[in-house]
Design a protein around this ligand. Sequence first.
Ligand SMILES: Cc1cc2nc3c(=O)[nH]c(=O)nc-3n(C[C@H](O)[C@H](O)[C@H](O)COP(=O)(O)OP(=O)(O)OC[C@H]3O[C@@H](n4cnc5c(N)ncnc54)[C@H](O)[C@@H]3O)c2cc1C
Length: 445
Amino acid sequence: MASLSNKRIDVTPPQVEPTDSGWYLASGPDLPLNPLYGNVTCECLVIGAGWMGLHAARRYAELNPQAQVLLVDAGRIGNNASGRCMGFAIDLAHNPRKRDFVEDLKGNQEELHVNLEGTNYLKSAVEAGVDCDWDPQGKYHSAATAAGVDDLVQFSKALDLMGQKYSWIEADGMRELTGSRHYIKALHHPGTVLIQPAKYLKNAARMLPKNVKVHENTIVRSARFGKPHHVFETQNGVIHAKKVIICASGYLNNFGFYKNSAIPVYTFASMTRVLTDKELAKCGEGPFGLIPANSFGTTVRRTNDNRLFFRNVYSYAKKYKTTVEDVAQASVHQQVSFERRYPELASMGFVSSWGGLLTLSQNGGMIWGELGENVYGTGICNGTGVSRGTGFGKALAELASGLNSTTIEILKRRKAPSRAYPEIITSLGVKYVTGRRFKEAGQEI
Ligand SMILES: Cc1cc2nc3c(=O)[nH]c(=O)nc-3n(C[C@H](O)[C@H](O)[C@H](O)COP(=O)(O)OP(=O)(O)OC[C@H]3O[C@@H](n4cnc5c(N)ncnc54)[C@H](O)[C@@H]3O)c2cc1C
């Protein structure tokens, strides 16, 4: 735990995304916009309203019903990386190509524990009335090539070791499921839930406990950590908070913690308009979610509101920034994926394309825990963040409330992120690796 200097830290604000996400545009009415004005004091300030922050705020407020909790976000809830994702709430890490995936039984079991806690917390919100097209049908790890099938076999070995149930689907079955001839084999694992992420986040924000106040479009521009209150300046106000929980993803580095450890990577997605009944007849029997056998392949969903949705391309985002041109370039690759899978439909193109931030670290480490006296933070989720981020946020609020749990013990043992190599080296390295892996993925894209 770092000792706090009580010095003013200028916080670089997060980038404004060049395009809105299709999920956000299709997620119903916006929350009433209520940016922060003036001087306020609260017991607990939560910065960032993604999977981590929203659930940290909810949990802290549930455990401390007398406390005034403030949840602030620089942008609109649901239009952040969390709301831009593919909407797989995943119970198990799923990168079968990872070198130690099969051998790391303990790591995988711990991951499962944390993620299930996250999924169950999401589920409790849905049971309380949060509408998000909740669909617990699991995910299909899908292969279009022999190399992809090899990756799936490797993955199945890890599942065997963990005593996890799964089933194999052959090419005919995949055609029935998706309407596409593209896939030759798939492994279905039942533990994942498909959701509409922007819808979840907006509706869950509406249903936060009464002692949480939400301020969107409220950028924290400076921080001074100290006693009896930490002090944060926003564009139009000042917040005095006894405790702070920072859930600002890789931007946590900007608050002075684990400086230069976040590696900002973007991935991109494109979505069609709502399909007609005739078009839907070419896309299988109902909604589905496909994870590519090769992690550089294309993730595909047929959504509950009857659209097709493709995600691929990873790129280094210098200074965390992407441009309209980056989004347009990625959508060309998504169009290729569309044509490969649905040649008869692909000419309709997309109604929206967007990118979103993933933060990685050099050593796979992450930030979670007490960063200073009454300062808690989490970020750098190295990819999958829906269930995991929810679990991280919930557990962090419990830690900040003086509780303990198996998840807290697991997360306390996780390694911290190492400092990234200088930007020039990291950006070239990411560019080289993503370019090579994208090429190798071939027809999986
Ligand atoms: C296209 C795409 C597809 C993905 N698909 C999946 C998937 O299917 N399943 C899965 O598990 N994961 C997926 N991911 C990853 C997942 O979206 C991320 O892991 C997750 O969003 C991280 O959540 P978070 O709460 O840490 O961060 P974020 O969602 O980035 O939230 C951090 C928030 O902090 C706010 N913030 C930062 N600095 C400040 C400041 N100074 N003042 C105020 N607010 C600030 C930001 O505005 C932001 O809203 C995907 C990501 C992308 C981009």
